[in-house]
Design a protein around this ligand. Structure first.
Ligand code: AMP
Length: 600
């Protein structure tokens, strides 16, 4: 099997697809990519959805674009608006490291004027439904005379939908020396006819039947400290705004605790386990089936009665002891020709179990890196933009309100307006994730590079994140870090003014999102108690005696990422203010989920 690099894919695209988790080319990609990059002939591919065909044509199409020529150079025709958006979205993902590449989806049912405006600005790749493209061609708002690649996706569907005439009319306007690829799940006579009329000496390939069941499931593991499992879970959920998944926990208690935490943190989640009454279980399952619930936290036994097949993710909150259980869990996604991901959030001691599972399922787990705050913000910003783009405008009803609004906002430039709309929702999220630490553990159990001193008490060799106090001291965790403008003088001043009596402070380790510091033995309880419920410049303080325990599921979160559940107490410190935006933040940091599901 060849690698993407060996198939000729350039570094920028390689970087993007590696981040998407594409390790090796799928069969259709192995055949189509080199063909599109190097061969002169056209291609007819009998391939179904789920075989990886979007990347098969998408990657070489992107690579062939001459960015210096701001004209449509590639045309991708697809039968529906949804597929159009999916393809454009995938292409955008693949080309995220190619500056200046412009991809435009054009489809019926949305404002033609805005599509015309985008076309005028110049695009390189058009992904279109035939009807709308023809409309644009007839209005002479788009020209296809620089198109050198034409892809017809799901050609049989396009014919079923009656687009034959439109396709003929479109292809007549594309230069003769173009390269053309046609994908179809079936090969009716009309398709052969199109191939004969418009394609040059097409080569034909058949790509194995649609991947079914387990074949469609990717197994991805995230390896983090046990105490960071819950944070990793939240970041994964934040990174996939359209997630529809089950989070499997080992015990009823853990199930309830994780669900409670998710709900408290503003997620659309609920629990399903044996301690609930039958009526409660039925209600939860029904909500989940109807997709009124995005995340179901469940035990294996309770989830048995649930017949939901189209999950995007199965999340193993830790691996089950029994390998069979893992196959049952992961088999709940990737069904009916859809692709799915089975995620395992594990700590390093579970690696052996993971290898054992790999042997049974005959597939390797891919290493996933927990999305960073920046990646989440980027994804959510895109999601917001996508929702803005696709929101249905009720022209009639809104008309009478608009003049006032326009008067109020008329002085803003288009750019200003975009920035403000985006900032409205995202300031919180960006603040929330700013400077949050990476959660991933290195693959080997060695946390420190060889040769680095790890001697106890050696400051240089000590892990800043260590929860072990130095001799004669106790260590305290506090959810304030450098990102909050929290530095040693602040800590000292805080303790002096809030803690009764004198307290010796030892080593202080400031991290971006939280800090750890030592206080003299016997004083930790008093310090933690005094800090409870205080605020530091509007940020509610959480402090506790630090130990190396698994925090998730014990009703506490740490650091910036964990402060969204508030408990009582109203003491203030610094220029602290009561309440502030905390309660808003708690429920609204969670971005909304209306982006149309891709790859369902
Ligand atoms: P498609 O046939 O284009 O609908 O792709 C089916 C699914 O496979 C999509 O979720 C893709 O993101 C995924 N996919 C495509 N190529 C690869 C690859 N080389 N490795 C892993 N996943 C892939």
């Amino acid at each position: 099997m060849k690698t993407f690099q060996e198939l000729g894919i350039c570094d920028e695209i390689l970087k993007a697809i590696t981040e998407l988790g594409y390790e090796n080319p799928m069969p259709v990609q192995e055949q189509v990519i080199p063909h599109l990059l190097n061969e002169e002939t056209d291609l007819v591919a009998l391939a179904q959805t789920g075989t990886g065909k979007t990347a098969a044509f998408g990657l070489p199409v992107i690579q062939r674009i001459d960015l210096g020529l701001c004209q449509p150079q590639a045309l991708i025709l697809s039968p529906t608006r949804e597929l159009c958006l999916q393809i454009a979205g995938d292409l955008t993902d693949y080309s995220q490291y190619i500056d200046g590449l412009r991809i435009l989806p054009v489809y019926g049912g949305s404002s033609i004027e805005s599509q015309i405006r985008s076309l005028k600005k110049g695009v390189h790749i058009i992904v279109a439904t035939p009807g709308r493209l023809l409309d644009l061609l007839e209005r002479k708002t788009v020209r296809l005379d620089h198109v050198s690649t034409v892809i017809m996706d799901e050609a049989d569907e396009m014919l079923n939908m009656g687009f034959l005439d439109s396709i003929n009319a479109i292809l007549a306007q594309v230069p003769q020396e173009r390269k053309m690829l046609l994908f179809s799940a079936t090969m009716p006579r009309e398709i052969e006819q199109i191939a004969r009329t418009y394609m040059h000496n097409p080569q034909e390939i058949v790509v194995g039947s649609r991947n079914e069941g387990a074949e469609n499931v990717r197994h991805v593991y995230y390896m983090v400290h046990a105490k960071d499992k819950y944070q990793a879970l939240k970041r994964i959920a934040d990174y996939y705004p359209n997630i529809y998944g089950i989070i499997f926990c080992r015990t009823r208690r853990e199930t309830q605790e994780i669900a409670d935490q998710l709900i408290a943190d503003g997620y659309n989640a609920d629990s399903l386990h044996g301690e609930l009454s039958q009526a409660q279980r039925d209600a939860v399952m029904q909500k989940f089936r109807l997709r009124n619930l995005q995340l179901l936290v469940a035990t294996d036994v309770a989830a048995r009665g649930l017949d939901v097949t189209d999950l995007t993710h199965v999340i193993n909150y830790g691996l089950p002891d029994d390998i069979e259980t893992y196959t049952h869990r992961s088999g709940r996604t990737g069904r009916a020709g859809k692709s799915g991901v089975s995620v395992a959030i594990i700590h390093s001691r579970e690696k052996g179990k993971m290898r054992a599972i790999e042997k049974i399922i005959g597939k390797k787990f891919e290493r996933g890196l927990v999305p960073t705050g920046e990646q989440i913000c980027e994804k959510q910003l895109f999601n917001l933009a996508d929702r803005i783009e696709k929101v249905k405008v009720n022209e009639e009803a809104i008309a009478k309100f608009l003049p006032n609004i326009s008067r109020k906002l008329g002085w803003l430039t288009e750019q200003d307006l975009i920035k403000r709309i985006v900032s409205l929702e995202f300031n919180r999220l960006i603040d929330y994730y700013r400077d949050t630490p990476d959660l991933d553990l290195p693959d080997e159990n060695t946390r420190k590079p060889k040769g680095e001193s790890a001697a106890k008490g050696d400051r240089k060799g000590r892990d800043k994140d260590s929860r072990t106090a130095e001799e004669g001291f106790e260590r305290i965790y506090i959810n304030l870090g450098k990102a909050h403008g929290f530095f040693p003088p602040n800590l000292i001043e805080m303790i002096n003014s809030l803690v009764p009596g004198r307290v010796n402070i030892g080593r202080i380790d400031l991290l971006p999102a939280y800090s750890l510091f030592d206080v003299e033995k016997g004083a930790a309880k008093k310090v933690v108690g005094a800090l409870k419920g205080c605020e530091f410049y509007g940020h509610r303080i959480y402090a506790e005696i630090a130990t190396d325990k698994d925090y998730a599921g014990k009703g506490r979160r740490k650091g910036k990422e964990g402060d969204s559940r508030r408990k009582g107490g109203d003491k203030h410190y610094g220029s602290a203010r009561k309440g502030g935006s905390d309660s808003r933040f708690k429920h609204e940091h969670r971005p909304s989920n209306s982006r149309k599901e891709r790859r369902k």
